[in-house]
Design a protein. Sequence first.
Length: 122
Amino acid sequence: MVKITVNVKGLSAALRQAPATVAEKVDKALEKNATELVGAAKALAESSRQTGALIASIASEKVSGGYAVEAKDEAAGPVEWGTRKQEAEPFLYPAYRLNKKRSRGRVRRAIKAAIKEAGLGK
């Protein structure tokens, strides 16, 4: 005879707690990712410094579902993509590419840690 017993006493409580824990940890990871992206973008934008307004306008803000990093200065578009008369000096997209792998790893680790903390992981 084979008997399998599954104890779900703590499982239901862990499943109720998990979404809040995961959301909190992922939000912290996303905030750190946005902060690093802002720093990298500002460093890359240094090469196109004229008045400093572009660099000062690069910031992150919390939006629904995460964080947005943007440069609000009117010169951001022409500097990032260039114009007929001005060569492009990208700063935001290269900063994203530089931080993409680290950011994804940070979010994965946050999710795993939250699941473990909720009592659902190993």
